[in-house]
Ligand binder design. Sequence first.
Ligand SMILES: Cc1cc2nc3c(=O)[nH]c(=O)nc-3n(C[C@H](O)[C@H](O)[C@H](O)COP(=O)(O)O)c2cc1C
Length: 222
Amino acid sequence: MPQLLHLDSSADLETSVSRAVTARFSDVWHSLGADHSVIYRDLHRNPPPHLPTSALHWAPHLRTPGEIAPPEAEALQKELIDELVSADVVLVGAPMYNWSIPSTLKAWIDYVHVPGITVPFDGPTRPVEAKPVVVVSSRGNQYGPGTPDFGADHTVAQLEQVLGTALGMQVFVVTIDLTLASRVPALASSIPAAEASLAEAHLAVTDLAQRLGAGTGSPQPR
Ligand SMILES: Cc1cc2nc3c(=O)[nH]c(=O)nc-3n(C[C@H](O)[C@H](O)[C@H](O)COP(=O)(O)O)c2cc1C
């Protein structure tokens, strides 16, 4: 029974672009059959608290004697990691906030990136290795090669580092640029490019959901 873990983190509950694009992925996933289930976690409506203690960064057997974690925080960490491990595919809505990711998504990462549990430390532990994760990155401006702000995107590289390099997941990135083109006068000339970027993103997630949901094909990660 293929299971999707769908995370959203936009603070915009009305016009969010990342929410619209992840919803498209999720709709296609559902359309593949009644056996295609979705676990949905809205990190904005239901944000994980900041880590109450650095002890949670370590698997219990790697903690020093003084490192004690509150039981409720340990329970939340176990719940979040269990969701991640049990999913066949993970979908992350990741809007750009101040050149980085929303703090709610960062908090989720802080709970699930745990040496000795999800990343190797004293052994080869890597339960989500090779699991596909689709990152949907929406941004008001554009950051591609040749643009004035090239290099200022601190969202995608961070997610590739944590999810790909550290956790070993297979990362697919779908970006939507220039989402503020119709709102910011200085970007008005980019409205056609913004519309094209959004249309491309919808096509990309439709294709990814079909291929990853069918469990066939080997789309190349970005
Ligand atoms: C708190 C906040 C910070 C933002 N910072 C940036 C930024 O640094 N660079 C940028 O290009 N857009 C920035 N934006 C614009 C968003 O990236 C853009 O509106 C995007 O579409 C948000 O995703 P969403 O539509 O899914 O909510 C910011 C928006 C907010 C609300």
